[in-house]
Design a protein around this ligand. Sequence first.
Ligand code: TYD
Ligand code: MG
Length: 440
Amino acid sequence: MHTRWQGKCDACGAWNSLSQESAAAPVTGAKASARGKGRVFALEGLAGASLETPRLVSGIAELDRVTGGGFVPGSVILIGGDPGIGKSTLLTQTCAALAGRGSRVVYISGEEAVAQVRLRAERLGLTKMPVELAAETNVEDIIATLSAGPPPGLLVIDSIQTMWSSAIEAAPGTVTQVRGSAQSLIRFAKTTGASVILVGHVTKDGQIAGPRVVEHMVDAVVSFEGDSGHHFRILRAVKNRFGPTDEIGVFEMTGHGLAEVANPSALFLAGRDLSAPGAAVFAGMEGTRPLLVEIQALVAPSSLGTPRRAVVGWDPARLSMVLAVLEARGGLKLGQHDVYLNVAGGLRVNEPAADLAAAAALVSSLAGAPLSPESVYFGEIGLSGAVRPVAQAPARLKEAGKLGFARAIVPANLKDVTDGAPLALSSMSHIADLVAAIAA
Ligand code: TYD
Ligand code: MG
């Protein structure tokens, strides 16, 4: 916060990004008591009521999984993603799917003209769907227009950064405007029971631009991720008041819109080089769903005083830790080597269970010894070098077996894994076992 006009933000160094905001007038006296007529409800009496309003199910399974079984009436979802990743495409398809199921669906574009939105719908082959379109940026106008008819089942606002409210004295696009507009739209959702989706742009460092506050105001935050060089798109719930936050939906961008990917493991493993050193298949989990991905490492002698460490799709801090453990407990010398780690396919892996696969890829690259293309890896590595068990081992093994893998390199003392597992298991209790097995 700055108490006077200032061109540059002290916190982030950006120019001309500050906007003036006056403190909200306190609610006092008669006004307060007139407004203070809250109603209370008995919790037990509400049980049946909450079940009466069913969720809006889109029928797009990858989307419904992420929302936790459909959109909740009266709820607000913020969907963030890089420009061009496919947010408008996904939402156009969502609108069409819901309109096709009989809901009143309204799509408000603040960025594109109606003709452009229609052009996209044409490309998607969805022009027959009864979706109402408007190009509008004033929140009061939008709400007034919508109040004329029956409340919509779904309202899409593309994007929240283009919205402005006449009640607020600030330029469109400023934090104050975005927050104020979001507040009005959230109130609209709560009072009419419409499900509202707000599109939010994401800045280079991956944050939903400007209004981080909006993230706290909405019921769910979903991010739409992907790498512009790849066709995969991942929809991931970051926050969800009405469902799980660890589920993902996988899509593929095609010439006519986003296609659901029901078997992502096969997609992520397609086209891997079976004979190159430095590649390990990680048997991961995304929520309740197993997902196999290839982790690639390149370890090469460095010509720099401080060797390079670069990682795509994984936590750099986690890589540093695995490297440190490999040096201290596994006897490897990595101090003079550049290290690159990449999760193939543009996926982001967040699980500590990927430690063992990353370590195997690193050791394999350093030793120049390819790993067996028939093996998968999972396990967490502790600072002591111990390989620790992880959750959901049976589901990981089952998926690997289904995709034709013959062996799994797993932590010792795995629970819930009985004989007759679909593939042969090699247990590792310490990182040194892994180094010995690969470099031998
Ligand atoms: P868009 O949904 O406009 O992205 P966002 O709203 O997140 O900015 O999609 C942009 C990209 O998707 C654009 O580069 C074109 C591509 N695309 C396809 O490949 N196939 C399609 O069917 C459509 C509609 C878009
Ligand atoms: Mg868009």
